[in-house]
Design a protein around this ligand. Structure first.
Ligand code: MIG
Length: 821
């Protein structure tokens, strides 16, 4: 431990577990450095007590609370001297869920708190806490040493630590916004929201804090959510191959054990604690074009025309900071944009939504109404000695609203009124780590309201961005009445998905970053942040046509699809690289729009039922150990498997397909799952596969969402000899009527034999789409078709097309279709 003696080293550089434990006091405060290190561990359990679903254990001084949250979730808290901190969390609005039965039993050596599904054991001799699957009796997670802590003389409170055993061949996933390989085993991390311009493979920390990971061992998965907003640290068997640790610079040692055993269920349960993403307006799922910056108005129009004249679909154009007057939020530079309302209207007439950037830094300027209001009402953050928190950002000297104050959030939300009135459709919150030029972020001593629970920046830093986008989302929701807001944030904390989507920040136009981005979106998805995208093409640096096109292809299956670039780089529109790239880019963006009803339905499955949108291979098939190391392929929903091409010059690539049968989306070739295939991947082709038995709904190509009144929905039916269910969700697309059950959910079941293919439909919900017909494209029927019936009536008009697909139409309300040999 060489670092131990190097007292000049900043604590931020030290993230090895043991080293941090030893070092913290010495580095953070000179007074403590003179004292011996006092690290305290829980001792023998002496007492236990029960209060409803909460169980308390004490070693005579410290207390531990074990709380049954649901059948599959248990929360553990530590109070070093018996007094728990306020039970308040920005991540978890409501702790208790439905629990059917639970009980505590005392055994000679331990206490056992069990639900129907899991048991939490607290060992008497040393306070060891473990979690066992009732069904398999497998120990899913177990302390390697008792929970411990260390007093923080300078700031008060404690550094808090938990250390768990790494189970045999255990792999780790999640943890939100991290770079590098998807599997976290053998690495360590810290969480401290950071403006990480041009970050590298393995750079840490980045913009967001999601202290939640999933462990997979012995084919079973569980999750740990360490709900602590202070700077936190995770070590996945790096310091000691046999241990996984997490710790924080303050706050409470409080974590949730979340049971699987399927990884997807762990994520769904994490989502049940922290919430899902609200339904976005449908246009938000279209293609978005951004740049730092498009200005003046003429340029914006030129870009809009560029899309329409080339027939490349696009739904949104972004205005980055230069639209403002001297970077003052909520103002306009009237030289560049003399009449923003007219411009936004004209763009809207042409099918474009306008999304604008809003930063947290407010220019110190007594002639600027936002600053004046903030100052008069005491809305800006202050230092410990009551000075204002001042820092330089784009506008020059700035002060910063305290978004952890509910009154400030409400004020800020209302500031969007004028933007909403002139037709702005979405807002993009940047720099909210918060980022400050020079110093990076706020100093630790800045005070925050923290929704009445008070805290310094040590406690509020990681939630600042989340509370900003929360205020933006809530404000827009109110101002737009019943319309769905569209918001994007750069920084965030667990639960951020309730308020907006996210982009991965300032990436680079390199092949390595294409890989990073692919993994980042998958990792965010495992971490409960489903609506995520990268700057297509790379923010800094310049891609060539090939790299840009490969990025558009990946972006077609990123939940959020937006191209963005820094201002000092060459232009980056889908047509910037000439042919063949323009045409290929068009084809993929068109594919995005054709698949819109599918993408939208997958979003609903997330919003309503908590399913992740993007699913890595390991989530599809955790029992296959190899999948713990595969990180290219993923599915969008559960029907379409995507294998992005991440190597320059590639014309083919290896693809692993999970169990079952898969159709190559381009060729209709049927491939077996549970094996690897070498698949053609010339520049115009990203390998895409559809699960046999799927029904993939498709719209006609449109230049923007809602351009064309849909007369009939195409249903692509992929033959299967085992039964598969597919879902189609439909509603108005931009209101909250879905909260009043104004939507329709359709279930399609497909099942084939050698002689017969059956398609069944069941419909629930109060919404009726205003098209009448389904237009079928049945793929892979293994027999000659001699007869088709729709609800027992013969279909006379059908044919086999040039791609060997069976084509016919029916009324959208059918119940049973039979296709006979
Ligand atoms: O200091 O608004 O990540 O997307 O274009 C840079 C200008 C500030 C950083 C964002 C980027 C945006 C840029 N911003």
């Amino acid at each position: 431990m060489e670092e131990l003696n190097d007292k000049s080293k900043d604590i931020n550089d030290i993230i090895s577990f043991e080293a941090a434990e030893e070092q913290i006091q010495h580095l953070n405060n000179p007074v403590a450095a003179l004292k011996p290190i006092v690290k305290k561990y829980l001792n023998t359990v002496q007492k236990s007590a029960q209060d409803g679903n909460k169980f308390y254990f004490s070693d005579g001084d410290a207390r531990v609370e074990v709380r049954v949250v649901s059948d599959e979730i248990i929360r553990v808290r530590l109070a070093p001297h018996g007094v728990f901190l306020d039970d308040f969390s920005y991540a978890v609005p409501t702790v208790d869920q439905k629990v059917t039965t639970f009980k505590m039993e005392e055994h000679p050596e331990y206490y056992a708190i069990s639900t129907n599904t899991i048991t939490c054991n607290v060992r008497k001799s040393d306070f060891n806490v473990s979690f066992v699957d009732n069904h398999t009796q497998m120990v899913m997670s177990e302390d390697a040493s008792p929970m411990h802590w260390e007093e923080n003389v300078e700031f008060g409170g404690y550094y808090v630590f938990a250390t768990k055993k790494c189970q045999a061949e255990e792999n780790f996933f999640g943890l939100g916004d991290k770079s590098g390989n998807m599997n976290l085993r053998g690495r360590h991390f810290q969480n401290w929201n950071t403006d990480a311009y041009s970050f590298g493979w393995d750079q840490d920390p980045l913009y967001r804090t999601i202290p939640f990971y999933v462990g997979v061992h012995n084919q079973a998965a569980y999750g740990i959510f360490f709900d602590n907003t202070f700077r936190s640290y995770f070590d996945f068997g790096k310091e000691d191959n046999a241990k996984t640790s997490f710790w924080a610079d303050g706050g409470e040692l409080q974590y949730y054990y979340i049971h699987g055993p399927h990884m997807i269920d762990v994520v769904k349960r994490y989502q049940s604690l922290t919430g899902t993403h609200p339904m976005p307006p449908k246009w938000a799922l279209g293609y978005h074009q951004c740049r730092w910056s498009y200005y003046p108005e003429k340029k914006v129009k030129e870009i809009a025309d560029g899309f329409r004249s080339r027939n490349i679909p696009c739904d949104a154009i972004y205005l980055d900071i230069d639209y403002m007057d001297g970077y003052r939020c909520f103002t306009w530079n009237k030289n560049y944009f003399p009449d923003p309302k007219r411009m936004i209207k004209e763009l809207a007439n042409d099918g474009f939504k306008t999304v604008v950037m809003i930063d947290p830094g407010i220019k110190v300027d007594d002639n600027y109404w936002v600053f004046k209001e903030g100052k008069e009402n005491n809305y800006f953050c202050r230092r410990s000695d009551d000075y204002f928190m001042e820092g330089h950002v784009w506008p020059g000297r700035c002060q910063f609203p305290d978004f952890t104050n509910p009154t400030v959030r409400e004020w800020w939300g209302n500031l969007y009124k004028e933007l909403v009135d002139i037709g702005v459709a979405g807002v993009w919150n940047d720099m909210n780590e918060p980022a400050v030029f020079g110093s990076g972020t706020f100093p630790n001593d800045v005070r925050h309201n923290y929704d009445g629970y008070r805290g310094s920046h040590r406690k509020a830093h990681n939630v600042y961005g989340m509370q900003m986008v929360r205020s933006t989302y809530d404000g827009l929701k109110k101002l737009m009445r019943n319309k769905r807001p569209f918001t994007i944030t750069r920084a965030g904390y667990s639960g951020m998905q309730r308020y907006g989507c996210v982009w991965t920040g300032d990436n680079v136009a390199t092949w390595e970053h294409l890989k990073i981005g692919n993994i980042q979106c998958q990792r965010m998805s495992v971490s409960g942040v489903p609506f995520c995208g990268t700057d297509i093409g790379g923010f800094s640096g310049e891609p060539d046509g090939e790299l840009f096109t490969r990025w558009i292809q990946l972006g077609t299956f990123s939940p959020f699809m937006r191209a963005h670039s820094a201002g000092d780089t060459a232009e980056r529109e889908p047509w910037s690289f000439g042919e063949p790239y323009t045409s290929i880019n068009r084809t993929y963006i068109e594919l995005r729009y054709r698949l819109m009803p599918y993408l939208y339905s997958v979003f609903w499955e997330h919003h309503r039922y908590g399913f992740p949108i993007v699913r890595p291979l390991v989530m599809l098939e955790q029992e296959n150990v190899g999948n713990g190391f595969r990180q290219d392929e993923f599915t969008f929903g559960d029907k379409i498997l995507v294998c992005p091409v991440l190597e320059q010059g590639a014309t083919s690539r290896m693809v692993y397909l999970p169990k079952g049968k898969w159709f190559n989306l381009w060729t209709h070739e049927i491939l077996d799952g549970e094996s690897e295939h070498n698949v053609a991947a010339p520049i115009e082709r990203m390998p895409l596969f559809v699960r046999a038995g799927s029904v993939i709904p498709e719209y006609p190509v449109m230049q923007y969402v809602g351009e064309i009144h849909v007369e009939e929905v195409m249903l692509n039916v992929y033959y299967s000899d085992y039964e598969v269910n597919s879902f189609l969700f439909e509603d108005h697309g931009d209101t909250f009527a879905y909260e009043q059950d104004i939507y329709s959910e359709k279930k399609f079941s497909v099942r084939g034999t050698q002689y017969l293919l059956t398609i069944e439909q069941s419909i629930t919900g109060l919404y009726t789409p205003n098209y009448e017909l389904y237009n079928y494209n049945v793929i892979g029927v293994p027999f000659n078709v001699n007869k088709i019936t729709v609800d027992d009536k013969d279909v006379t008009d059908y044919h086999i097309d040039e791609r060997n697909c069976l084509r016919f139409k029916s009324n959208k309300n059918f119940t049973t279709i039979k296709i006979y040999n």
